[in-house]
Design a protein around this ligand. Structure first.
Ligand SMILES: Cc1ncc(COP(=O)(O)O)c(C=O)c1O
Length: 390
């Protein structure tokens, strides 16, 4: 069939992605009743009430217009305070840009750093939006593998062997999606030394930085000596505050860099939705007990699920943070995508395979514990029945 003028005119940077697996899974799920969705990275909690109330009050007060492209000053100030208090990071409010989720920060980072042919190293398995953003800018994403034997921590030696004259940026995601891995402080220090030695820029994605469990410690790379000037720190509200739909995240970097990208940020979307910025302000300045309560609930679900998976004979890397358990299903003899599809068809439990996170080993599935514990227990029962049938 003759291609339409629009299709014929597609820019070279737009390539057809294979979304057939995801589409197939969602179609199967749509045809089933009583699906237990442990697939997406979307908290099941409602946004805490005082946060929603702040947005409603902002709308009623007429806060429905453009703001400064970098965000309202009060929010940037509150972000700088939070970064100082909770992560020992030394950013002023003029060193913060508020964006539409961390997602927009990722695009802005790549737009402002990547020239055609530049290579960007990315913790892997990974949140593959990084690949897409790098490619859209003409760069080359280079996955840096992590392994279950290291609890999926990003290892300096794996980074080092992939560095060459085209390497420009390293993306460290800790805690990571999909593995939940928290890169230990000692290793973050080694990575900091490495990026300084090789003169590489670090993007430190800490969107799960508040979701840390006992036995793990989060260290923000930009708090280390000599790192602020070569690091962009990303963080946001989607995960810890259950605010995925509000679309608020931010990037923090040295002022000389931030002032250069205010204009590109303005070009992308002018500013983050104004009522959402007021919601984010309330999230940071209001009571933190709802975050504590959600973290406690995740902690209970995680403990339950880890034990249940162990009892079923599955192994996994220790998930020190986030709300994922990256589980090894190789002993079932089924490749992970097939495991997930059969599990969904036969039991109604929706889980995503590692292949959706750039993992070509076909050995892993990512279980998101974003359902009440009774539903997780029900999912475990269904998985046990499924396993017994294999
Ligand atoms: C590692 C990582 N970074 C960034 C994002 C984007 O988050 P948002 O745009 O909702 O802030 C996600 C979402 O799942 C993520 O897992």
């Amino acid at each position: 069939m003759e291609k339409s003028p629009l299709l014929k005119s597609l820019a070279a940077r737009i390539v057809e992605e294979d979304v057939s697996y995801r589409t197939k899974m969602l179609e199967i799920a749509a045809g089933l009743s009583d699906v237990i969705a442990l697939g997406r990275g979307n908290p099941d909690f409602d946004t805490p009430e005082h946060i929603s109330a702040a947005a409603k009050a902002a709308i009623d007060a007429g806060q429905t217009h453009y703001t400064h492209p970098a965000g309202i000053p009060q929010l940037r100030e509150a972000i700088a305070d939070t970064l100082r208090r909770e992560y020992s990071l030394d950013y002023g409010r003029e060193e913060i840009i508020v964006t539409a989720g961390v997602q927009e920060s990722i695009v802005l980072c790549m737009l402002s750093l990547v020239n055609p042919g530049d290579e960007v190293l990315i913790t892997s398995p990974r949140f593959t939006s990084y690949d897409e953003a790098v490619r859209l800018c003409g760069g080359v994403p280079v996955p840096v593998p992590t392994y279950e034997r290291d609890d999926f921590a990003l290892m300096p030696a794996e980074i080092e062997v992939r560095i060459n004259s085209r390497t420009k940026v390293l993306v460290l995601v800790t805690p990571n999606n999909p593995t939940g891995a928290v890169t230990p402080p000692l290793i973050v220090r080694q990575i900091a030394d490495l990026v300084k030695r090789h003169n590489i820029i670090l993007i430190s994605d800490e969107i799960y930085g508040k979701l840390i469990y006992e036995g793990s410690t989060h260290l923000s790379a930009a708090s280390l000596p000599g790192m602020k000037e070569r690091t962009i720190t990303l963080n946001g509200f989607s995960k810890a505050y259950a605010m995925t739909g509000w679309r608020v995240g931010y990037m923090a970097a040295a002022h000389s860099f931030i002032r250069m990208i205010i204009e590109p940020r303005h070009t992308l979307s002018i500013n983050t939705a104004t009522p959402s910025q007021y919601a984010a302000l309330a999230a940071l300045t209001g009571p933190q007990d709802p975050v504590e309560a959600m973290l406690q609930t995740y902690r209970e679900r995680r403990a339950y699920l880890m034990q249940a998976l162990t009892d079923m004979g599955f192994s996994y890397g220790m998930p020190g943070g986030a709300f994922y358990i990256y589980t090894n299903v190789s002993q079932t003899g089924l490749p992970a995508p097939q495991f997930c599809e059969s599990l969904l068809r036969e039991t109604g439990v929706l889980i995503f395979p590692g292949s959706m996170f750039g993992d070509d080993s076909d050995n892993y599935i990512r279980i998101s514990y974003v359902q009440p514990i009774e539903r997780i227990a029900e999912a475990v029962d269904r998985m046990s029945t499924f396993m017994a049938r294999q």
